[in-house]
Ligand binder design. Structure first.
Ligand code: ATP
Ligand code: MG
Length: 264
């Protein structure tokens, strides 16, 4: 379980990234983070992964307080995988293969096991054909897939996806959806930041709405995303399925257009 208490994080030049964040996340849950540009979603993920050390507050993971020391940060990076919003920040090795191998290598796996892991996750993402390419030769969407493979290859318990569908074509969006479902089925905790209300409404167990570095609501998709006032606060439309059900005068709690159609 993740527990954050009164977390405050300001960037070195003074901008407030997170302002008094308190949040609990159950093990194995699916949590979507919504909010306008600059609301603090990525800043929050960077704290959760141990990259940003908050100036105030407490971060407790599985009952143990995280102190942000160099050793703890290294351990944290293995426990909490973070797929950055921008893959250019994540990828650095000379080839895709080396990039995906970096995490397993740092876990201390031997050569054979590293090879098995890399092959497994390149296959999972359906990007085996890219393995000898240099990351800078790839398209943006391909870079994102390599970044995902690199994080998953460390097999972390908690995975933070920052805008996982951005730049992906339909086929790879589909693959990403299946991967995310599968991770949850394995009991992993998955946190996703997204600007897509329809995805969040259908997928999440819990939704966190953020504005100006604060959490303005954290509850079930129905309690957060059917609330017009809250959604307006974060500059977002209600999910399409909610709008459609209202327009049709249906009292309906379908979480996707597809399930709404089935029930009609
Ligand atoms: N490296 C940085 N240095 C200074 N300020 C930053 C930095 N990164 C983010 N910020 C600021 O911190 C605040 C929160 O930004 P953050 O990137 O967490 O938002 P976000 O919700 O992820 O937005 P987006 O939807 O655009 O990804 C913003 O005011 C932003 O300008
Ligand atoms: Mg962001």
């Amino acid at each position: 379980m993740i527990q954050l208490q009164n977390i405050k994080y300001s960037y070195p030049e003074g901008t407030i990234g997170l302002d008094d964040i308190s949040l609990e996340i159950e093990k194995g849950s699916k949590v979507a983070f919504l909010g306008e540009n600059g609301a603090g979603k990525s800043s929050l993920f960077l704290v959760l992964n141990g990259i940003h050390k908050p100036q105030k507050g407490k971060y407790v993971l599985d009952g143990k307080q995280f102190g942000f020391s160099t050793t703890e940060r290294k351990q944290m990076a293995h426990k909490v995988g973070y797929v950055f919003q921008d893959p250019d920040v994540q990828l650095f090795a000379a080839s895709v293969y080396e990039d995906v191998a970096f995490g397993p290598f740092n876990l201390g796996l031997d050569k054979k096991d590293i090879e098995i892991r890399v092959e497994k996750y390149l296959n999972l993402l359906s990007i085996q054909d890219l393995k000898d390419k240099a990351p800078h030769q790839l398209s943006y969407g391909q870079k994102k897939q390599v970044a995902v493979a690199g994080v998953l290859a460390m097999e972390p318990e908690i995975i933070l996806f920052d805008e996982p569908f951005a730049w992906l074509d339909n086929r790879h969006k589909h693959i990403m959806n299946e991967i995310i479902d599968d991770l949850n089925k394995q009991g992993k905790t998955v946190l996703i930041s997204t600007h897509n209300p329809d995805f969040a409404y259908e997928w999440a167990d819990n939704v966190v709405l953020m504005k100006e570095g604060r959490i303005i609501a954290s509850d079930s998709p129905v309690k957060t995303m059917c609330n017009k006032v809250l959604m307006q606060e974060i500059g977002m439309e209600l999910p399409l399925v909610v709008q459609l059900a209202k327009k049709l005068g249906l009292k309906n709690d379908s979480r996707s257009i597809q399930s709404l159609l089935w029930e009609m």
